[in-house]
Design a protein around this ligand. Structure first.
Ligand code: IMO
Ligand code: MG
Length: 409
């Protein structure tokens, strides 16, 4: 079997955690390649909810867990999550790459500091220090996971840098010793491990964090995260050849959500938005903030499908649309009287575009069933396949692992 990448196609929170957990059976390892503990991956099993930020979502299926060098690693979050797993009676078979950029207490302070400088127009970051940790890496002032594990990194230049603009820096002694304790014996070469697994015939799954529209370069800059979120980053973020990327499964919600600031063309400001938020439990898994709600945006989704070379699509939260009477999708944008369905062209003026909607038959009150979708839902999925030119191979109809309908490719 080939490796598989699961990637979010919107602004994050598409339901990647559930899809990774659902498909994990066929893979020997689940690998994080980007982002950090800004991610919130939720899995619901038997009424119990598990939310993890850093540990790959394959732990419930007892898979090998790998955190690649493209990840910004917060050692204390790792410690908490490992603690949670052992409290559950589990054991994480985890390897962290030596080269991972480390999230220090100082970058978290810098995250809040920079947000403060933005005044009335903050990004709305998760304040987990993700952007600043990658920035410190680019400045060559960041320790790596292996440095902390060995206790060798000299932080004096970094501290001198922070002192030039921040007062009352936190003391790092305790943090250093706790980080060393959690990382010692757990660091190594993730790319090499993946290649070894592949050579002996095992496949791995790459678990994306955030979504395409939060990509540092290709997203809605500056309202983005500090890293790449596209599947194209898998090889670079892990140190494996492009040929090892395998298939790309895109995950999209049947509507759209966004947390934090920035343009959102299909945002629903009317009551329906609040209703979807409530029914869909659309609150941030990392910060608890209410998510902004919008209609499905096919202009943005086409862009995301193309950018990632998506070979199949998982559509999530279809059940939430059975709770609302209205149903529409955005098929193009109007910019100063001109219509376009080219997201790249619209991107520089995204805040002022007007969405053009197509009304769709409502799902209100429809029973979605267990193994086959009813006609109205099948027609909707077929319409999306025609528009996006990609097969929808999985539809999620509820938060439980069991509420999942497979469609043939
Ligand atoms: P998952 O993995 C939703 C958003 C933040 C903010 C912007 C930058 O659950 O899809 P950052 O802390 O990364 O510098 O914040 O990105 N953001 C997310 N929104 N889900 C996430 O992860 C997110 N990770 C970051 O809200 O707008
Ligand atoms: Mg999230």
């Amino acid at each position: 079997m080939r490796n598989l990448c699961i990637v979010g196609l919107q602004w994050g929170d598409e339901g990647k955690g559930k899809i990774v957990d659902y498909y994990a059976d066929g893979f020997d390892a689940v690998v994080r390649y980007n982002g950090g503990s800004n991610a919130g991956h939720t899995i619901v099993i038997g009424g119990r909810t598990f939310v993890f930020h850093l540990i790959p979502s394959g732990f419930l299926k007892k898979k090998k867990l790998l955190i690649g060098p493209g990840v910004a690693l917060d050692p204390l979050t790792l410690k908490d999550e490992l603690g949670l797993i052992s409290k559950e009676g589990g054991r994480a078979d985890l390897l962290v790459d030596e080269r991972c950029t480390v999230v220090t207490p100082l970058v978290k302070e810098m995250d809040a500091f920079i947000e403060g400088l933005r005044g009335d127009n903050p990004i709305g970051t998760t304040k987990r220090g993700i952007g600043p940790s990658y920035a410190m890496r680019a400045l060559r002032l960041s320790p790596r996971a292996g440095d902390l594990a060995r206790g060798v990194f000299d932080m004096s230049s970094a501290i001198a840098f922070y002192s030039s603009f921040m007062k009352n820096l936190p003391d790092l002694a305790l943090w250093k010793s706790e980080s060393k304790a959690v990382l010692e014996g757990r660091t190594g070469d993730v790319g090499g491990t993946i290649m070894q697994l592949n050579e002996k015939g095992s496949s791995v799954m790459f678990e994306g964090a955030q979504g395409v529209l939060l990509d540092l370069i290709y997203g809605t800059y500056p309202y983005v995260t500090g890293a790449h979120t596209i599947a194209n980053y898998v090889p670079a973020g892990l140190g494996i050849p492009n040929s090892a990327l395998g298939d790309v499964m895109g995950v999209a919600k049947a509507y759209t959500t966004r947390v934090g600031g920035g343009p959102f063309p299909t945002e629903i400001v009317e009551e329906t938005g609040a209703q979807i938020r409530k029914e869909g439990k659309e609150y941030g898994a990392t910060t608890g903030r209410p998510r902004r709600i919008g209609w499905l945006d096919l202009v943005a989704l086409k862009y995301a499908v193309r950018l990632n070379g998506v070979s199949e699509l998982a559509l999530t939260k279809l059940d939430i649309l059975t709770k609302v009477q209205e149903m529409k999708v955005c098929t193009s944008y109007s910019i100063e009287g001109e219509e376009t369905s080219d997201f790249s062209r619209a991107l520089p003026r995204l805040a002022s575009v007007k969405p053009v909607y197509q009304d769709m038959p409502s799902f209100f009150g429809v029973e979605l069933g267990d193994d086959r979708l009813p006609r109205v839902a099948e027609d909707f999925v077929g319409y999306l396949e025609d528009e996006l030119k990609v097969k929808v191979t999985l539809v999620s109809t509820g938060e439980e692992r069991s509420a999942t309908i497979r469609r043939s490719a």
